[in-house]
Design a protein around this ligand. Sequence first.
Ligand code: ADP
Length: 616
Amino acid sequence: MADGKQAGEQLQFQAAILRYVTDSVIVTDLHGTITYWNEGACVIFGYSALEMIGKTLVVLSPDLNVAQHVDNFERILAGHDYAGEWQGRRKDGTTVWLDVKTTILRDTEGTAIGLIGISKDITARKEAEERLCQSEKLFRALIENMDGGLGLTDVNGIITYISPSTTRMVGFLPEEFIGRRVFERMVYPADQEATERLWARVLEEPGKSHALEYRSKHKDGSFLWIEVVGLNLLREPGIEAIVWNYRNVTERKQLTEEVARAKEQLEAILRNVADGIVVVDGSDRLIYANDAVAHHFGLPTSEAMLASSQANITHKHDMYAVWDEWGRPLPACERPTAQAFRGKPAQALVKFQSKITDHVYWSLVRAHPIFDEQGQVQYVVCVYTDLTERKEVEQRKDHFISMASHELRTPLTVLSAYTQLLRERFVAEDRQEAAQYLSKMNDQITKLTRLVVDMLDISKMQAGQIDMAREAVDMEALAREVVESLQPTTGHHLLIEGEARETITGDRERLGQVMMILLDNAIKYSPQADTVVVRMARAGDMLTVAVQDFGIGIGNEHQGRLFERFYRALSKKDKTYPGLGIGLYIAHEIIQRHAGKMWVESNEGSGSTFFFSLPA
Ligand code: ADP
């Protein structure tokens, strides 16, 4: 009895342990009816012992392979334990993966009375395995389809793996590489040393990528440019190899070479053009200069110029004084480069004077902005055309004109005085015919004097030596005066329209000269018409004067250049109109010196209107 009690206690003790192990422990009799169901089985399958004892295992294995099951059962009965992985179904319908061990259960006499199945839940491990398998598939697909290729070598550089994509690149099959040394017999002779150096560096610095571009042989005998990146992962557990990544960069290489060649050609052209060329960036740094511009500014080479710290030569305040075409100092903000940085191409005739040598350079400076993708000015390209020699010749000519007109003026004044004196004497002696001849002579002398005065004006304006008085001028009164003085000399009707009781500040004589020039032209260039109209109007704070004729008009192609000196807009058939092409130049200069504007509107064949406006 004492033995029986001991045995009973032991059984209870074992049952208590079994209840709490996390593995599922299920006992069946030889017919498959469940006789024991522990806590672990409850947790894994979701059924309680009460629900399962007396039932069979069928509910737990929906896809039971009966033949397999019978076979297993017989093997177990024969004394061979079963161990394997098995997929079961939980009470909630979900699947559970189990690692199962089944043993035969015998009574004390050794007779088989049932089966004990112990299972471990391995669902999490199974899922992880599945995921790993998926990502392995993915990586394989990636490697096989990658643009370039991937290879592995061991510590001696012996190739252990080559991705199939390599064949697309170089024609050789992966097995033609395996077992050979990396780069062996594949490298263009001139690149051999570089690949050896790469190998050494990769081996020496684990974990660090090193890249190289070299030429590698294709199976067809040609050579390709390959970019290879080597990474030593010999110490990385699970990899323990040197990883080589490579791709074909032949096309890119060829393109870069072509671009470099084109750049060289362009540079040769830029170096040899006569114009000076510089490129300045947004922070006023000189980033390109050719030799011509260096010579222009007294430096031996473009390198010397680029080396000089101060960038924009037009901004070299300390070395050069910069003037505009008319000899006025040109402030930095008005220079073509500065204007181009504000977004618009600009050009100007500029005089540079070295503060060291006093040497003068004349340049036509043309500046073009170059925009970036955001529309901001990134660079300005400046082209300097050397006009020093031309300017010098022009200046000599101007000097000559100035001297000649000056020399002519004195005898003309004397001549005019004597003709007038003589005429008065003839009038007094009542010799009318002779007096009339002298009158005509005097008219011609006056004309000649005006011409000479114009010539003198031009050279003075050219040198910026003309002074303007600043007095109050009643423009309407002035217009009437000019019209009245001209009316007796012409058959045209000179009309004044519009009222403008405006007084402006300026040089009365010079403004009268402007009206005279415009009226003279209006009469001269409208021989078939009989009217010239002067209109005056105030718009805002400007007073505008217009002189309109109904004559031959001016072609569009000439309109932009009319105010240049010596410019005449006449076709061959109009050669009969006398003139020197200086009137409009003088008029324009005078108006500009009054801070005003002058312009023209004209249609060939139907007349012209010249306007000027002045601050009222
Ligand atoms: P000039 O009349 O002595 O040639 P200007 O400087 O006064 O010189 O004028 C320049 C040119 O402009 C003239 O040669 C002529 O072709 C053109 N022009 C000026 N005024 C007129 C006008 N009213 N009608 C047509 N053409 C004109």
